[in-house]
Design a protein around this ligand. Structure first.
Ligand code: ADP
Length: 389
């Protein structure tokens, strides 16, 4: 599994059957002379080595050599790719045409798709025969109906520029939905779920009988919930108003909404929920407000998503905040009693560890904590595509 970002490459050697990580790690400052590679081998101390040539190509060649030297049998490489446009509705094996299609979606994800492609091309250069798969953040949400994915904007914005809602975090939403079905011991095809992926980026999805039918992120990962540094929804009128008031450009305003907003903007202290919870507990009013806005907006979004499901069977919390913040789950559940959700405070306090993730009393509508595992999903998709030829 490879996740090639703007200055980092994360990798993990995952056994698709057991999910076990044999080796994983991260190259940092890729593309600079200071590039380094952190490697964690199973049951061993992590080691960091400098990378004299910090290019994507050299970094990935080193990762592949390191796996080969350790005698690991790598059957393929699965890449996280952020944007698959309207074309990719599932993971695919990579060929020239797929590479061109990913390139064509770069304007929709200028900070991600080019790096994701650099990773794919670097593996090709180092191991020309190795099968590769692309696993898209957007693919799972391609089942959204037009009423959920279209914006009420001039038609040609959609037909010419593809201005529509795509949604992201699809690999995580798909994985936790599958896990929720296992934990609930019910077929996924019969379940109505809302999954809330709450990490640095946050999104929630409505999953009806196994398919995504609505989600909070849109054309870009800026729409929807309050996030670490991203604003989530704001009135688009803010752009014109602040441009007139301050002379800021569209690019500057977008950057502020992406990097100086969200929990960081509200709290003034941090984008990290742990720090904010600690500050609020110590009496910091801004940190307290940041948590309240976060929970209010999240609860409101969850309730809105249920309108696409007709009924709710389970609400799933995942990612850093979803898996660990007892407080956020408490605040959200406290606002969703009308959907039939009631917190069981005792099991919420231990993240549902003894109840198969369940943090509400047993009953027809449950909330679950389900750890996500996008790397395993990427490894499974890759192995499945290779096996299918
Ligand atoms: P990423 O999206 O980068 O993968 P994560 O899924 O690791 O991020 O989520 C990071 C977020 O999870 C941060 O806001 C962090 O503060 C939060 N988080 C992690 N552990 C806790 C905890 N014990 N309590 C509250 N928030 C937590």
């Amino acid at each position: 599994m490879l996740n090639s970002g703007s200055s980092s490459v994360k990798f993990a050697l995952v056994d698709p059957a057991s999910g076990q990580r044999r080796v994983d790690g991260e190259a940092e400052r890729v593309g600079t002379p200071e590039a380094s590679l952190l490697v964690r081998r199973y049951l061993e101390e992590a080691v960091t080595e400098p990378l004299p040539d910090g290019s994507y190509r050299a970094v990935i060649a080193r990762i592949l050599d390191l796996l080969a030297d350790a005698g690991h049998d790598v059957i393929g490489a699965g890449h996280r790719v952020v944007h698959g446009g309207e074309r990719f509705t599932a993971s695919v094996l990579v060929d020239d045409e797929v590479i061109e299609a990913i390139r064509s979606f770069a304007p929709l994800a200028p900070l991600h798709n080019p790096e994701n492609l650099a990773g794919i091309e670097a593996v090709r250069a180092a191991r020309p025969g190795l099968p590769q798969a692309a696993v898209f953040d957007t693919a799972f949400h391609q089942t959204m109906p037009p009423r959920a994915f279209r914006y009420a904007v001039p038609q040609d914005w959609y037909t010419t520029h593809l201005v529509r809602r795509f949604g992201f975090h699809g690999t995580s939403h798909r994985y936790v939905a599958g896990r929720a079905a296992v934990l609930l011991q019910r077929p996924l095809e019969e379940l109505r779920l809302v999954t809330a992926h709450l990490g640095n980026g946050c999104s929630a999805a409505a999953i009806r009988d196994g398919a995504s039918v609505d989600t909070t992120m849109g054309l870009t990962p800026l729409e929807g919930l309050v996030m670490g540094t991203r604003s989530g929804d704001v009135d688009p009128g803010v752009f014109g108003y602040l441009a007139a008031q301050t002379g800021m450009s569209a690019a500057e305003l977008t950057d502020a909404l992406n990097t100086r907003s969200g929990l960081l903007g509200l709290s003034g202290a941090s984008n990290d929920m742990r720090t904010i919870e600690a500050a609020a507990a110590a009496g910091d009013d801004r940190a307290q407000l940041a948590i309240e806005v976060f929970a209010h907006r999240l609860a409101k979004a969850i309730a809105g998503l249920v309108t696409s499901l007709d009924r709710l069977d389970a609400l799933v919390f995942t990612a850093g905040i979803g898996e660990n913040s007892v407080l956020v789950r408490h605040l959200v559940l406290g606002r969703l009693g009308f959907l039939g959700l009631t917190e069981d405070a005792e099991v919420n306090a231990t993240h549902g560890a003894a109840t198969g993730g369940r943090i509400t009393p047993p009953g027809p509508v449950q909330a679950l904590v389900v750890p996500t595992d996008e790397e395993l999903m990427i490894a499974r998709d890759t192995a499945g595509l290779i096996a299918a030829g």
